[in-house]
Design a protein around this ligand. Sequence first.
Ligand SMILES: [Zn+2]
Length: 465
Amino acid sequence: MPYHAAVASDAAPPAVASDAAPPAVASDAAVRLVAAAVVPMEPPGQVYRPGVVDLAGDRITWVGPAGAAPPHHGPQLQLSGLLLPGLVNCHAHSPMTLLRGVGEGLPLHDWLRKAIWPREAHLTPDDVYWGMTLACDELLRCGVTTSCESYFHDRRVVDAAVDAGLRCVVTPGILDPAGSGAWRRLLDIAVALHGEAHGRAGLIEIGFGPHAAYSLPLEALATTAHLAAEVDALVTLHVAETAAEGAALEAEHGMTVPALLASAGILDGRVLAAHGVWLTDDDVALFARHDVAVAHCPQSNAKLGSGVARLPHLLRSGIRVGLGTDGPASNNDLDVWEELRLAPLLARAVAGDAGALGAADALALATRGGGRALGLPVGCLHPGYLADLIHVRLDDSRFVPVLDDADLVSHLVWSGCSALVEDVWVGGRQVVRAGVCTTVDGRRARHEVQRRAERLAGAVAQPGC
Ligand SMILES: [Zn+2]
């Protein structure tokens, strides 16, 4: 059966209607959101109380204090909470909801080879669709409006993201199992997907996701980078995630992995390096010269015992840094709120300095920093930016007291959480209402992922599989 036929049409979003609410599907009609507070992240630390955000189509047209808002005659929504840009997840393998928690306690190398890759060998396109659909429900309810994804069967990742209304940079995974030369076929698939799906529904950008220098021949990385540069596509790959992963390459070439990547021309285009835990000072300077962005994944790095990236050093060096959850097999969730809190906690703990990373700067990593790392006009509430924003409840003990504007920002970082995300818009379309994702049948997605995960577990338990 063609896999397209296997996906029921119930993945389409149900109609959501309310007299007071903005339209469920974006239109060009202007909509005004008036909130008790607006934190536009432009610049970080700015707060409007009360504030206004005007939307038209999929864009923001005006942001500012309510008292200075221009005349408006269209629909208007009064919100009792706080408007914030949607959170940006810069590194994820979200269909791995199918493998959530697999390989508990293993270090990265064993985790990949013993637990993850054997299961992934049995994945079907429909598995990936449902894994991604469940992830979309989780991401959107957490207030994540953009995710940079790298996985397999990526056409189905695109389908799931479009059905759910999640903005995605989809970077098809390119690997070369056992030096098989499979990377050439996977690269062809990525190029074809770029031609088919780039720009789909105004939500999808297609990039390229070569896994890492240690898992691919240099020729594969260089060819990928060359093809990506031809279409100005993002290349994302894992770099310096663990201390030992680059040892063989360094011994062979006499230089660090980032230096090797640069020498092969792989850093010349739009490049996003995931992790960057074990970058030397020279590596960081090299990244700055090539304007390579970094997806900082503090929770995944901590859980797999990989280390702590030198976040303050990266930022001081002018690197564009966003936050990533990594896949839910190594995190185990897709909640960027946890990352935006853990990032400053670890930075301060390692530095022995409570001023190592401020609250506004931590919040910026999860919003405008993510947008800059991906090269997308998201992460700020600013005219011309995409209308990706979230409404956070303030009627909660975690936001009391508020004595000045800075309290709101610090409460968001230190006591905010995904459970307080009330409403979410992506490209002006409301996809979460009163904490419920309106575009995903969550019950069905949980059922599908449960039974498919059971099948995958059974497959690797079979002798010879
Ligand atoms: Zn990863």
